[in-house]
Ligand binder design. Structure first.
Ligand SMILES: NC(=O)c1ccc[n+]([C@@H]2O[C@H](COP(=O)([O-])OP(=O)(O)OC[C@H]3O[C@@H](n4cnc5c(N)ncnc54)[C@H](OP(=O)(O)O)[C@@H]3O)[C@@H](O)[C@H]2O)c1
Length: 354
């Protein structure tokens, strides 16, 4: 895994004329020290370096959410060296609203930093009525990427993902649509999400033959959910693909969020949150034990859970969500302590399988 070290010394960059006009209206000026602390890892065998933590906009960037907080989260993430922002056509609610919100920040505040950013989006889940509004057909994927670009007001994304495998569309059709998007300049790289090891192998082989190697897989991975260890990580390593692990905190279960019950405003309390109160109750005994173990390491539970995901060399980045700047700042400190003893790893297994 290659690392990025910022060059020594400051240099001044000329803005484009069009940017000079908007610079007066911008609320955001990026911190000059933004590249000093975050480590960047190579995504598989590609040329792309990604920050070890990425920020996802699945929750907390939709219409019911406070735009001032969502905006601050994006600003702070970028100032912390998080250059990688993960979206999907359906993030909100309502679907599409997270991309529209991100687009507004892009236009007003992030425009001059576009080339410092990795913006990812996806298509796979239901977006519009009728037979062309979901899954993996060429018709759906290409229409959806065009819509995402319009919502975000950008010319291209950096990574476009097939969000889920489609059991009914030939994989070759999905892959050729992805390859064509790269050729059209609408995305720089392509990836897949939640594909099985076998589907991943075939997609990687096809995309390589089509001349557009598959950059990355985005699977769920956390202390409670280790399906990727059963063949997927090995496939990614063999194929030279990166791994961006989503929900590394199990949607907030692997944090101190639920130690004293379910707070109002938390994901488990929200009508539109994907985390169910039953999951909190079921996992609480394990969460309490893991919290004690984290304290012994001098970390919070979220920091330990992120370090645990990042311990695997196949994992390029942990893709987190956050509802406050304080959570983001706490989580980034996981990078100070990424090592585990064998005894610790065994004791986690015992807690989780108790
Ligand atoms: N490819 C896919 O199919 C797929 C599926 C799901 C997600 N994703 C991507 O992965 C991203 C992350 O998923 P996720 O949001 O489930 O990730 P996560 O990091 O597992 O959970 C994030 C949630 O945990 C809580 N949290 C985070 N840090 C905390 C801290 N220090 N203390 C207390 N609570 C903390 C917050 O919940 P509260 O809101 O309650 O504060 C936050 O919203 C998504 O935004 C999306 O980009 C992809």
């Amino acid at each position: 895994m290659g690392n990025y070290s910022p060059p020594q010394g400051e240099f001044e960059v000329r803005l484009f004329e069009e940017d000079l006009a908007i610079v007066h209206f911008m609320n955001f000026e990026a911190a000059p020290e933004r590249y000093h602390a975050m480590p960047y890892g190579r995504c598989g065998r590609s040329g792309l370096l990604l920050p070890r933590l990425a920020l996802g906009l699945w929750h907390n960037f939709g219409e019911p959410d406070a735009p001032a907080i969502s905006r601050k989260l994006l600003y702070r993430a970028f100032d912390l060296g998080i250059t990688h922002f993960d979206l999907a056509n359906n993030y909100g609610p309502p679907p599409g609203s997270a991309e529209i919100f991100f687009g507004s920040v892009m236009k007003q505040d992030f425009k001059r930093y576009r080339d410092e950013m990795i913006i990812a989006t996806k298509a796979g889940y239901r977006m519009w009525p009728g037979p062309y509004g979901e899954w993996g057909s060429r018709k759906y994927l290409i229409a959806s990427l065009n819509q995402s670009l319009r919502r975000m007001g950008i010319d291209y994304v950096d990574i476009f993902y097939s969000h889920r495998p489609d059991p009914d569309t030939p994989l070759e059709e999905t892959c050729s649509a992805l390859a064509d998007m790269v050729r059209q300049g609408k995305t720089l790289y392509v990836g897949i999400s939640s594909y099985t090891p076998e589907q991943t192998f075939h997609a990687a082989e096809m995309l390589r033959e089509m001349g557009t190697p598959c950059l990355v897989h985005q699977p769920s991975y956390n202390l409670f959910n280790r399906w990727v260890e059963d063949g997927l990580l090995e496939t990614l390593s063999n194929q030279g693909m990166g791994c961006v692990a989503f929900s590394p905190l199990a949607q907030g279960l692997l944090t101190n969020r639920y130690l004293q019950g379910i707070p109002s405003g938390s994901r488990a309390a929200k009508m539109h949150g994907f985390l169910k109160a039953d999951a909190v109750r079921e996992k609480l005994p394990a969460i309490e034990k893991l919290h004690t173990m984290a304290s012994r390491r001098g970390q919070t539970l979220s920091q330990m859970a992120l370090a645990w995901v990042l311990r695997r060399p196949e994992v390029t980045a942990a893709l987190i969500g956050a509802s406050s700047v304080a959570q983001l700042e706490e989580n980034v400190k996981c990078l100070d302590q990424l090592q585990f003893t064998d005894e610790e790893l065994v004791s986690f297994d015992k807690v989780i399988h108790a």
